[in-house]
Design a protein around this ligand. Sequence first.
Ligand code: 2HG
Ligand code: ZN
Length: 565
Amino acid sequence: MEWKASYRLLNYCKHLFHRRWTPNFHYFKTFYTSGCRYYFNQPSVLIKPYIGNFQQAFQTFKHPSVSLGMHQRNRCRSQYRCFASQATIIQRRSDFSTISSEDLSYFKNILGERGVVQDEETLDAVNTDWMRKYKGTSKLMLQPRTAEEVSQILKYCNSRSLAVVPQGGNTGLVGGSVPAFDEVIVSLSHMSKIISFDKVSSVLVCEAGCILENLITFLDNQGFIMPLDLGAKGSCQIGGNVSTNAGGLRLLRYGSLHGSVLGLEVVLANGTVLDMLSTLRKDNTGYDLKHLFIGSEGSLGIVTKVSILTPPKLSSVNVCFLACKDYESCLKLLLEARRKVGEILSAFEFLDHDAMDLVLKHLEGVRNPFPSSMHNFYVLIETMGSNESYDREKLDAFLLHSMENDLMSDGVVAQDITQASSCWHIREGIPEALMKAGGVYKYDLSIPVEKMYDLVEEMRVRLDASAKVVAYGHLGDGNLHLNISTPQYDDNILAQIEPFVYEWTSKHKGSISAEHGLGLMKANKIHYTKSSETVQLMATIKKQLDPNGILNPYKVLPSSLLTKN
Ligand SMILES: O=C(O)CC[C@@H](O)C(=O)O
Ligand SMILES: [Zn+2]
């Protein structure tokens, strides 16, 4: 029995990771929990802390190369209707101009031929969002190289009433980074310089178009890390991350970008360059305006430079993947991880049976860590610290307690970086697997964790079996990614999901956008989370900073509140 079980663990590691390793059986300990035996190789139950680039070794989540048919949608020149979002029926604002040959000459004059993109293939890509659900009809993308060029562009567009969509890596999931109609796309991709890094204060200053993964690599060489990490790090840009207040996998440990971003340079709609590029931790001189731009999705200004506090790289990293019989056990594990693992806890992610099933079916190279059985829930726990034996002791205490108290049904602990990255690949691969499975309705919700899974269960009761309700997310942050996967988009299914999902979230005092923003998808849904007074004040701020409403129109706030007086 003992040998069988340890063999199973050993076998798992061999199969999943195609690696040979020699466990030290001498150290195997046995625990009896609810009639099951659990075996962990005590000293190596925790992965050996590896020195080196942990981040880099993770699989980079690239855009799926699968060819997905464009979803059915009805669109005419003045009306945009996204099939997958019932209420996203908006009219093109008639006071916006269309591009003229004089406009093109002006832009070519300030940016040169290279900065003015009109070829159809490129425009098709930048008009289409990552999910291929939203598509604009822009005929022009501009590629400035400096904040001054951004300023000249916006000043001109403002005077001509030309609407603008700022675009970074275009990895957003709510249709916020693509035009709704024919807005001019202002790409930040050519503004990708790292300006400075001060090791002592650990502050990085860079341009908005820096790809997150490039910053991660740069900092790794200096012995630091970025305070945020996302599945889309290979494509997303820091300016987009800041503009959407991207959350991701490490928010549990390092907090949101409202805490890490120390300063910004932002270009306003009228072309004013707002220099708030502070590198100071403390500055109580009046209103801290940078926070207005963090998470405003490019609707108040275009972020051109970012100054960000970067935590030191930690040498001891552990990843474990645990199986649970019910959601209640996941919550208990979270509580115990907080208590016993404490300050070294860096991620606490969860996925349910349907999410695991989907990944196993649709993603190549992913193996079930527990090949002999499927479980109802899984959690991925990561710790990061600087003292190997201290970290091990903490994780050990947590795992032993969890086993003794029947909080997990099975568990594996990565023994090296390859195994750790395989565990992460399961979690990070879910959005790609969903895309490959067919149509997907995405909801990114903050809900008090005790209630969170009730929504998932209620949703399953509402929908028939052809719709797969898939739940996963950042459990440690109270963030549920509720996805309904169907063979294709269908308005009848959508009617069963919405407005139910928003009403349910609102009733339980949750947020209808935990980390993805509102974009085009949820601009008309903001009232489910924010009071009417708050939304009114937001509209007042928007009108003050962008009186002509040229910046990312139709997004974030309901258009009805922004009509010109
Ligand atoms: O696809 C989603 O719904 C979530 C995407 C992303 O925020 C994640 O956590 O993987
Ligand atoms: Zn997420």
